[in-house]
Design a binder for this molecule. Structure first.
Ligand code: FES
Ligand code: FES
Length: 194
């Protein structure tokens, strides 16, 4: 078939065709960022490639490893599976936003204290996920291994932490330290609430 018989734009692959873009304002770590984004850009790529917030890591880019975990309105999400334009108007927190000045977030401090990392690549996602997981337990959200489904606050033991953090993979196998760190942060949180 000659090209003259093809529709006018058929020589352009679908991914090369003009795609809708939108001006969006993303609120990240308490600062607003105005961006024009292709609607297909993920939150992960917007953070890393457009805003230079490279604390959030790209592992699998397919929702399987948890390296890209950030908090959106206080809940953990895989930023590689979230379109950036859908995050407009929501409160996004990345690992860069957890510390209070020079004072580490209690989960960050616990990871340091318990050697919850080796190469550190998975650590930002682990820490954001742990912050979200602790908030979920605080709200009484049960996990697959929770026995008391009616509890106002879900009690965390090592099995609970392993289950709740199971979406975050660590190629270094630093799981022992990670579980200890999350348990320590949970205990710290309980002490603060008492
Ligand atoms: S990079 Fe998002 S889950 Fe792996
Ligand atoms: S500390 Fe290296 S991947 Fe987790």
């Amino acid at each position: 078939m000659s090209l003259s018989h093809l529709p006018p734009d058929s020589s352009v692959a679908p991914h090369q065709q003009d795609s809708p873009s939108n001006a969006v304002t993303l609120r990240i770590n308490a600062s607003e960022h105005r961006l024009t984004l292709d609607n297909r850009v993920t939150l992960l790529d917007a953070l890393r490639e457009r805003l230079g917030l490279t604390g959030t890591k790209k592992g699998c880019d397919h929702g399987q490893c948890g390296a890209c975990t950030v908090l959106v309105d206080g809940e953990r999400v895989n930023s590689c599976l979230t379109l950036a334009v859908t995050a407009e108007g929501r409160e996004i927190v990345t690992v860069e936003g957890l510390a209070d000045g020079d004072r580490l977030h209690p989960v960050q401090q616990a990871f340091r204290d318990h050697d919850g990392l080796q190469c550190g690549y998975c650590t930002p996602g682990q820490i954001c996920s742990a912050v979200g997981a602790l908030a979920e337990a605080e709200r009484g959200w049960p996990s697959h291994v929770t026995e008391d489904l009616a509890a106002d606050v879900a009690a965390l033991d090592a099995d609970e932490v392993r289950e709740r953090m199971s979406g975050n993979l660590c190629r270094c196998g630093a799981y022992g330290g990670i579980v200890a760190a999350v348990l320590e942060a949970a205990a710290e949180s309980n002490r603060g609430a008492a």
